[in-house]
Write a protein that binds this ligand. Structure first.
Ligand code: HEM
Ligand code: HEM
Length: 378
């Protein structure tokens, strides 16, 4: 009987003389769903899930044609009917359909009463002004943001007042408020400041902290933050850099990071002893035409030249006084495997001195680049 009543109510909506607009269709579908739930839920609770399901199913099927005229609704009801039928028990079927009814009603509710603009939900101009005032004070005092860019943009009262005004306008413009933004676009306003991602993120964190202080709900916080974050590509000029101070200062040389000359001398000592005692390297070239005598003097020269070579190729203040790598190792018939073995020895030495991974990799890049000149038997 109820299904019949619902159907009648709907048919008058769908096929009545004056074609109802989509809002009216939404309203009628919502009413039908509400009525159906009001009748079905008590059945379910009274121990008749079968009756409840049949009622829900009848309404859903009856609503299908009309729901085609209301965006997204037919899909919800269609999916609900199919999923319900796939359930083994009637109470499960009723529950599944009820869920799709709730979903459909949620969609309609959102359409019929669109949310107030973010600007109003933030509390309008007075609230936004207060938030902005706190935010600017916080950002200006946050070393992670470096708002004045190392003092290049000193924060005087007039500058702060202008900035706050522009920020209020900007928030209004992106949140559906009445104020128009009258400042420069974000790209030109921040051009040349060298703002990094980390600084941008720090500013975002300040904003979140201020919004929290004003009890702005999560939804509104997220919406405002999304608008702010969308300006990132226009504002950040130094992606990845930790701060402008760090970006301005070039990296220390590999030589310095290795620990300078004393550290390199110690590394070379250990490395030469290791390589000299490693049969896989055959450092003295036993069995070749160019056998080398590891006399004290020869070893001394070798070490001195190795320290110089490392110093010169890692940015140290040292000149290499030895011969070229090709010339030195010519005729030693060094194999690829021997070269690899000496690299393993070097790695063992660097590990012993706890040289960090990054520095090791940089050093191996330099050593590896000599391979072609040294290996005569691949
Ligand atoms: C770490 C990030 C940021 C830093 C260091 C920074 C710094 C600055 C500075 C120093 C000024 C004053 C420029 C001048 O006096 O010429 C300024 C202006 C401004 N900034 Fe930022 N800013 C940052 C991020 C943002 C973000 C995320 C927004 C908004 C989405 C924003 C909006 C503005 C506005 C509206 C102005 C005023 C532009 C005008 O008056 O024409 N800033 N910013
Ligand atoms: C299996 C690999 C290698 C073997 C068997 C080997 C062997 C030798 C030998 C026997 C000498 C002494 C030559 C002489 O004083 O006449 C020498 C010198 C030298 N080697 Fe190697 N070497 C190898 C790899 C390397 C690598 C990877 C480097 C550095 C990238 C290197 C840098 C030098 C330097 C700087 C000298 C001193 C050059 C001079 O005094 O003018 N060697 N090497």
């Amino acid at each position: 009987l109820t299904t019949l009543a619902t159907l009648l109510a709907l048919s008058s909506a769908a096929f009545g003389g004056d074609s109802p607009d989509t809002k009216e269709i939404d309203r009628r579908i919502d009413r039908a769903l509400f009525d159906t739930i009001s009748l079905g839920a008590p059945l379910y609770n009274a121990g008749d899930p079968y009756g409840c399901y049949r009622l829900y199913q009848g309404t859903a099927m009856a609503l299908l044609p009309l729901s085609s005229q209301s965006e997204g609704l037919r899909e919800i009801l269609d999916a609900g009917l199919k999923r319900a039928e796939a359930q083994p028990r009637y109470d499960q079927r009723a529950t599944v359909l009820r869920e799709s009814f709730d979903k459909a009603r949620g969609l309609i509710a959102g359409r019929l009463q669109p949310a107030k603009p973010l600007w109003d939900r933030l509390g309008g101009e007075l609230a936004v002004k207060a938030v902005v005032h706190d935010f600017v004070a916080m950002a200006a005092g946050d070393p992670k943001v470096d708002f004045t860019r190392g003092g290049k943009y000193p924060v005087d009262a007039a500058g702060v007042a202008n900035l706050e005004r522009r920020l209020v306008e900007l928030i209004s413009a992106v949140s559906g408020g009445p104020l128009k933004y009258t400042g420069r676009d974000m790209k030109s306003a921040h051009a040349g400041m060298g703002i990094s991602d980390a600084e941008f993120d720090a500013l975002g964190a300040d904003l979140v902290a201020v919004l929290k202080k004003y009890y702005v709900p999560k939804r509104e916080t997220d919406e405002l933050l999304a608008a702010v974050v969308s300006t990132r590509k226009d504002i950040v000029e130094a992606p990845g850099a930790a701060s402008t101070a760090a970006a301005a200062k070039p990296d220390k040389s590999l030589f310095d990071r290795l620990g300078g000359e004393p550290a390199v001398v110690a590394v070379v000592d250990d490395f030469v002893a290791r390589a000299a005692g490693d049969p896989k390297v055959n450092f003295t070239r036993k069995g070749t035409a160019s056998e080398w005598q590891p006399t004290a003097e020869n070893v001394e020269t070798l070490k001195k030249h190795l320290v110089q070579l490392i110093g010169a190729t890692t940015g140290g203040p040292i000149r290499y006084e030895g011969r070229g790598m090709k010339e030195v190792h010519k005729g030693m018939m060094i194999t690829g495997a021997e070269f690899d073995a000496i690299a393993v020895d070097l790695k063992a030495t660097l590990d012993k001195f706890q040289v960090p991974e990054k520095e090791q990799q940089e050093l191996f890049k330099i050593v590896g680049s000599t391979r072609a000149e040294m290996v005569e038997r691949p």
